[in-house]
Design a protein around this ligand. Structure first.
Ligand SMILES: [Zn+2]
Length: 290
């Protein structure tokens, strides 16, 4: 027998599954993708290079050459309305093994310009080429970045311990994706109790691989579930960070929420859900017996 305290994180409203998307480079193909996300009421995070906005281009790697035109700075706010804009570096430079000043500028100048365009604080980041080292991690902290996405797949639905090394579940072209969708939708296991399905990619890849319809099929399949929280990267990170600031009594009977975010809690082996309001001290149910 074991006693399970009601201190486990649940997603808002007591949900146990969340789904998020992260797309890089700020290309004009994002517009078509966002139309699809809006159609299915899904949320995405889009990682832009502020120093490259408005630049035309063609990308020749992949199955065929496709346009790699960056969205214009004056259109950023309207194109990404309802979704999150995050940084992807000023010029998409390789900042590993570079001096700290260049590294800081690549991160901070991008953040500052995107904030000017969007009008809200931008604390998300996606590593250019997925690459980082200790200098980059330190620079991100100094620049106030609260999460950063890699390109290393976990093939799992777990949360990162360190949001500055946030490994996604998989890329949208990964051959494991169909299997992972089924696993996620049918997963009722208590371990992990909280599940996050995180897919990343570049929207120009749908042109390269002619698979817009495959992606739409996937989005349609995962959309519309009452028990899944559809959120941006930023919403997820801020929510989990609020949970990590909760202060529990030693016996687990009460909890204090010092943040301005309501947090939902549960226990392994129990369907009971407790909402802990911002600034509140809340009594928790007796431990569940397993
Ligand atoms: Zn990129």
């Amino acid at each position: 027998m074991s006693l399970q305290t009601h201190d486990r994180l649940l997603w808002p409203k007591g949900k146990r599954k969340a789904f998020t998307l992260s797309y890089d480079d700020g290309v004009t193909q994002d517009i078509r993708f966002i139309e699809m996300l809006n159609k299915y009421k899904l949320k995405g995070t889009f990682n832009l290079n502020s120093g490259l906005l408005g630049q035309p281009g063609v990308i020749t790697i992949g199955r065929k050459p496709v346009t790699h035109n960056k969205v214009c700075p004056e259109d950023v706010k309207s194109i990404y309305a309802g979704h999150e804009v995050a940084s992807h570096g000023l010029y998409h430079a390789t900042i590993c093994d570079s001096d700290p000043a260049r590294c800081l500028n690549e991160i901070l100048a991008c953040r500052k310009e995107l904030e000017r365009l969007e009008g809200y604080p931008i604390t998300g980041y996606a590593y250019a080429f997925g690459a980082y080292d200790n200098t980059v991690l330190q620079a991100l902290r100094i620049c106030g970045i609260t999460y950063a996405r890699t390109i290393k797949p976990t093939y799992a639905f777990t949360l990162p311990e360190n949001f500055l090394i946030w490994n996604p579940t998989c890329h949208h072209d990964d051959e494991m994706l169909p299997e992972l969708i089924e696993k996620f939708l049918n997963d009722t296991s208590p371990f992990p109790m909280l599940k996050l399905f995180y897919v990343w990619g570049h929207c120009y890849e749908f042109d390269q691989n002619d698979n817009w319809d495959v992606m739409e099929h996937f989005l349609k399949k995962i959309a519309g579930y009452e028990d899944i929280w559809y959120a941006t990267n930023n919403e997820i990170e801020r929510y989990v960070s609020a949970y990590r600031k909760l202060v529990f009594s030693v016996d687990g009977s009460v909890v204090y929420n010092p943040t301005c975010t309501a947090v939902w809690l549960g226990a392994i082996g129990s369907d009971c859900v407790t909402e802990v309001g911002p600034g509140c001290v809340t009594e928790l149910p007796d431990p569940a017996i397993l």
